[in-house]
Each structure stands twice: as structure tokens, then as C-alpha cells.
Design a protein around this ligand. Structure first.
Ligand SMILES: [Zn+2]
Ligand SMILES: [Zn+2]
Length: 122
């Protein structure tokens, strides 16, 4: 699975998802979406709350309603398996970015992400 740039910025993200504040935020979104996947309307599958985008510097639970949506595990997996913007960027940046993420240097990761996105757009 190829992670998106936004996924890479927040490695520590997994820790945030254990936070009680995320658990509460997650419930708010599930409730808003009627405890059903917004794509396939499935209510039987395991439901997960997906971040449509990550705003740098914001905690998982600090994201606006518009940035969050309820997906079943199938649709969620499909969403994250979409071709990544990272696919088009040079290995040099990709390697640096992975390293910055690995050591948890978010400032460097954000700078590299900016650089990468500028290159992708160019
Ligand atoms: Zn997601
Ligand atoms: Zn679904």
C-alpha cells in the first residue's frame, strides 16, 4: 500500500487515534453519518472515520466536520489505495521524507512535503 503525503506527515498519528478526544470526535462523525458508510451505505461492515485531508499541525480530532467522513473498512482501504501523489516525486525527496517521518521530525516532513507537492504540480 502506498501512503499519501498527508498520511506520511503524521506517523505519530496512530497514537492520536487512541486518544479519548479522538474517540469522542469519531463518534460524533459516525452519528452524523447515521452509522453507515457514506460511499456504499453499508452498516454491517466495521466503520471507520476517514480524514479526507490532514491539516498540518492539527490533531486528528481538531479537524472540521467537512474533513471527516464515515467509511466502511472496504471503502476505507480502497480510498487509501488510490494512486498516491508520492508516486510522481523523485526518490531523493521520498527518501528524505520517509526519514523525517521515521524520526518524527514534523517540521522537516512538512517542508519536504511542500517541496514535493510543488514539484508534482510543476
Ligand atoms: Zn483514512
Ligand atoms: Zn463502504
Amino acid at each position: 500500500m502506498v501512503a499519501g503525503v498527508s498520511d506520511l506527515i503524521l506517523v505519530r498519528y496512530k497514537d492520536q487515534l487512541k486518544h479519548p478526544r479522538w474517540q469522542r470526535r469519531r463518534l460524533e462523525i459516525l452519528e452524523r453519518d447515521g452509522f453507515a458508510c457514506v460511499r456504499c451505505k453499508n452498516t454491517e461492515q466495521q466503520l471507520q472515520v476517514h480524514h479526507k485531508r490532514y491539516v498540518p499541525g492539527k490533531m486528528a480530532w481538531e479537524h472540521a466536520d467537512a474533513d471527516l467522513e464515515t467509511l466502511c473498512s472496504d471503502c476505507h482501504e480502497a480510498e487509501h489505495n488510490k494512486p498516491s501523489v508520492l508516486a510522481g516525486i523523485p526518490d531523493s525527496i521520498r527518501a528524505d521524507l520517509s526519514e523525517a517521518v521515521r524520526v518524527g521530525d514534523r517540521i522537516a516532513a512538512q517542508e519536504l512535503t511542500k517541496k514535493a507537492l510543488a514539484m508534482v504540480k510543476a
